[in-house]
Design a protein around this ligand. Structure first.
Ligand code: FES
Ligand code: FES
Length: 177
């Protein structure tokens, strides 16, 4: 069975007919040619397919496209603010921090890492606790973000190159901006 769905992808409305078994990842990459979202494991284990879906981070390989009709999808390519007036694209603070802290090697995992970092910093700001948050009543606030909190909150995003040390530094850097 197929249905026509509309997705708002990085600020552009896109309509596509999908089989109901199509994942959001395959709809984006194979049907809409949105290659800024990466397919790693295709089994919910690596995090490389992470996007912001209506503002929250999601694994697109575990999400059926047909269930997201009308959703706002932001991939790593849609995080910046476009032309800053000087001909250069303005990067999102998390993207800029990854660049400055050398938070990638091959870069394959980077789009998912960056989307996940944006989502998790927002979760921290909103006071969502993590598995390693000691005081649940005090959760919330980027000032107290520890390495342990970052590692736990980013644990769904794997990096085969092992750029973790610099990714943690980049997220600390972005949290202060
Ligand atoms: S491709 Fe989705 S988690 Fe690996
Ligand atoms: S930078 Fe290569 S997989 Fe992360």
């Amino acid at each position: 069975m197929e249905s026509s769905i509309t997705l708002h992808v990085d600020g552009t409305e896109r309509t596509v007919v999908v089989d109901h078994r199509t994942t959001l990842l395959d709809a984006l990459r194979d049907r809409l040619a949105v290659t800024s979202v990466k397919k790693g494991c295709d089994h919910g284990q690596c995090g490389s397919c992470t996007v912001l879906l209506d503002g929250r981070r999601h694994l697109t390989c575990l999400t059926l496209a047909v269930a997201q009709d009308g959703a706002e999808v932001v991939t790593a390519a849609g995080l910046g603010t476009g032309d800053a007036g000087d001909g250069d694209d303005e990067l999102h603070p998390v993207q800029q921090a990854f660049l400055e802290q050398d938070g990638y090697q091959c870069g394959y995992c980077t789009p998912g890492q960056v989307c996940s970092a944006v989502g998790m910093l927002d979760e921290v700001k909103q006071g969502h606790p993590s598995h390693v948050t000691d005081d649940l009543t005090a959760a919330g606030g980027l000032d107290d973000l520890t390495d342990e909190e970052i590692r736990e909150r980013m644990s769904g995003n794997l990096c085969r190159c092992g750029a973790y040390v610099n990714i943690v530094s980049a997220i600390h850097e972005a949290a202060t901006r």
